[in-house]
Design a protein around this ligand. Structure first.
Ligand code: MRU
Length: 342
């Protein structure tokens, strides 16, 4: 399923904050509405954020009343800044916005043509993402053993991408090839992307899965019930440090301790060649309420100080391979990834 649908003069998004209990679609008609949807995580997941931001720019163009090209360009620059400020960690947001900016800065079209080009590019970013996920899935499935029991963390599925998913793309491809026995779904505190979204997606597809709390993963590994782990990524440095949903680092560390392969699946555009150290990745911190409340009910004492980083960084030595649409990269990543870039 596609989490974001382009409708010509608006974009429709499935509200991921309401899943799985309510399936409600919201309509965005302006860059501001799209920025708000990204910030409040009605749409989330690195590639889906990038796609939505591109649509946000297209909406700014399509619905603009500007009468000159320069007026339209300055409106788009404002929309660009607004969308950029929504979430800091996923590089896909900045990549997609840059792709859109290249088009309006080329300055060689009239207003109508520019509107059309921006819309076409946004739709192409969404379509390219689906192709990349399917290719990534096919590459990743090669790493999956027969009768695999795979652990995943957060949601790197159709809901987080154009469709099909990155980590869930690998899982879907392995399932289609008859190699998969079942999926262990980490709950993913505090936003519960695993419990709410990954479990929902897998059940929709009839893929056998079992939900566990994040703190159960080590015990399940110790029992010999997990053959591999695969997760998505929000940003990967040139030497293979991977920012992904908080808790990913713990999963990778547990995998290392139990001799279980730990894989990352992400489109090549998630690699940020400008960064060489995990410490340089900006980690988003979200509202304390995500920890102090559960389903709208307070579960911690009022006023308790809270630290709520939304992502962590897994170092390259814990990662068995990085799966992209361009193939599978193995350590040492400072050589293999950099070589692929050059
Ligand atoms: O905060 P979220 O839900 O946007 O975080 C999502 C993740 O961390 C995903 O694993 C990552 O974006 C990859 S999605 C294909």
């Amino acid at each position: 399923m596609k989490p974001v649908i382009w409708c010509g003069d608006c974009a429709k998004l499935i509200d991921q904050t309401l899943l799985p209990t309510q399936e409600e679609w919201i309509t965005c008609r302006t860059p501001d509405e799209m920025a708000e949807a990204i910030f409040t995580m009605k749409v989330r997941g690195a590639p889906a954020i990038g796609i939505s931001a591109a649509y946000g720019i297209a909406l700014g163009a399509i619905n603009s009343k500007a009468t000159s090209l320069s007026e339209l360009q300055s409106e788009l620059a404002k929309a660009h800044e607004r969308l950029r400020s929504t979430r800091p960690t996923a590089v896909n947001l900045f990549w997609a916005l840059q792709e859109m900016r290249k088009i309006w800065e080329a300055n060689n079209a009239d207003i109508a043509e520019l509107k059309q080009r921006l819309t076409e590019r946004a739709c192409a970013i969404a379509e390219e993402d689906i192709t990349m996920c399917k290719t990534m899935g096919a590459h990743g499935a090669e790493l999956v053993p027969e009768h695999a029991r795979i652990l995943t963390h957060c949601n790197a599925g159709a809901l987080a991408t154009g469709d099909y998913g990155t980590a869930l793309g690998v899982i879907r491809a392995a399932w289609e090839q008859g190699k998969l026995d079942m999926v262990w779904v980490d709950e993913t505190r505090p936003f519960l992307q695993g419990a709410r979204l990954t479990a929902w997606e897998l059940m929709q597809d009839g893929i056998p899965c079992k939900l566990i709390c994040d703190n159960m993963a080590g015990f399940v590994m110790k029992q010999g019930l997990i053959d591999m782990a695969v997760v998505g990524a929000d940003r990967i440095t040139a030497n293979g440090h991977v920012a992904n949903k908080i808790g990913t680092y713990s999963v990778a560390t547990l995998c290392k301790a139990h001799g279980i392969p730990f894989y990352v699946a992400a489109p090549y555009s998630t690699i940020d060649p400008t960064l060489h150290d995990g410490k340089d990745i900006v980690i988003e911190e979200r509202h304390p309420d995500e920890l102090t409340t559960l389903a709208g009910k307070r579960i911690a004492p009022a006023g308790v100080p809270v630290y709520n980083p939304a992502f962590d960084v897994t170092p390259p030595e814990l990662i068995s391979a990085i799966i992209t649409e361009r193939g599978i990269f193995r350590p040492p990543y400072d050589q293999t990834l950099v070589k692929a870039f050059s």
